[in-house]
Ligand binder design. Sequence first.
Ligand code: MSP
Length: 556
Amino acid sequence: MADPYYLTTPIYYVNDRPHIGHCYTTTVADVMARFQRLVRGQGAGGDVFFLTGTDEHADKVVTSATAKGHTPQDWCDRNAQAFREAFAFMGVSNDDFIRTTEARHKDRVPVYIEGLIKSGEIYKGEFTGWYDESAEEYVPEAAAREQQYKAKITGRPLLKRTEPCYFFRLSKYQQVLLDHITANPGFIQPDSRRQEVLGRLRQGLNDVPVSRPVTDDPATQWGIRVPGDPAHRVYVWIDALFNYLTVVDTPQRRRFWPADVHLIGKDILWFHAVIWPALLLALQKSGPDFGWVGLPRCVFGHGWWVSEGQKMSKTLGNFIDLEKLEAYAKWAPNKEKIPVGLDAVRWYLVTQGPLSGGDADFSHAKFVEVYNADLANGIGNCASRVGNMVEKYFGGVLPAQAPGSEVGDGFEWPSLVRAAWEKAAAGLEKFDLAAVLGAPVELIRHVDQYINATSPFKVAKTVETDPGAKERLAAILCNCAESVRVASVLASPAMPSKMGQLWKTWNCEPPAGATLADLCVFGGRHSLRAGQGIAKGEILFQRANAGDPLPGAAGD
Ligand code: MSP
């Protein structure tokens, strides 16, 4: 069996409604998971394990549930379902969905905490801070200073309060983490985020509280209790981080650990790149039961989406929620009223998103531009041109190609196709989806240039008079069709449904178990064959009129 591959997204606060931030990370992870399955030749998953889910023990859950007249669990059940549905809509192929209120998680977290307490990595100490009695919460030092040590709402003086609390010995791990991050450049990616963490780490580390007190207030009773000390509950962030472990902590799944990549947003980098690895190192040392717990291979922190050049906000009306993404998928900016489709939305998110660079701007004009350039005028148009010609000149049956005719007119198809695959494979290593998906776009551009250079429609006019013309026409169309096939394979993790549609009309669905490397060989074992049917099929992507507005999107 190939090496197991384990990929995670953050688990999302269940109090929120799904929006572009959640959908983006999870869709990027989906495209990566689909690529990894293809790389390993797994039709239905097998050795790739892709996890997403919801983070349900935040205090806010109790407040909102109470306000809406639900129990916290009932409120979580409803909202977790909204996330499941959002990801199903986005076409996400996760292998599991963890909810932190599930028994499999709630039962395991105390086991880890107990191990850490026994080994002294977590200890009971005292937390002292500025307490706002009216809001019933601690105010961090910086904020307290800013508020002149007065409560924000009531203006009453903040009280210095001390209470028992469990701490994790994070301070012990400064040097170990510095060494690990320095010796493993791929551990935190992209490099700008790695530098950010290194810089902050060098300033030193304090031990961190990992529990919150339980009082009469129902909000403080929601969460996982500290084993052996029910007056304390595990801090929601510590509870949440452990999800990556609890889900694979079964005899069948432990082989997936360590995770290959935790894909997250930049705002939660510190928790994932410092606190989480330190917790794992501490746990590993806590006893033989935890010997299997090593460090993840990579924490990848992407940037944020802004919208039309500004931070997303409900009041500005530029907020991109799930409904808006749905509206884009249904949008039909053409007189034929053919929707652009979900795959176009996935394509836009993963190729234009803030993966390794800075933040990215979701703009309507850019969506149309990318859709037209890459999809309608790109792979969609090219596939339909080629399918059309095979139908028109060869009755929809792929002709045989003369040996050696894969090279000519300034195009060497086997090497152009190989270069596309290499570019995609190199991009995959670096989690650079824009580069990976740029490979099929470039390959299609070559096919278009080739069609322009060889003018098959002119060649077709001479078949009656020129005895070599039919063979030449066959070679041109075979080169085009085979290259489009490879481009469609490379684009398929981002656009599984549209590429699946093309494969149906061209009879070239990759067989289960075929690897990406084999599928991307021009004329290889999975190539198109002489005599096979290639239908014209329906247009994959109808060109968008740039001027058409997006109708009726909620959030507008
Ligand atoms: N529950 C914690 C994560 C715990 S993981 C052990 C959490 N949840 S969240 O729902 O608030 O945010 C989840 C993710 O959404 C983060 O990775 C965050 O970066 C991402 N995004 C939120 N808004 C975003 C954008 N505008 N753009 C891109 N991603 C953004 O934090």
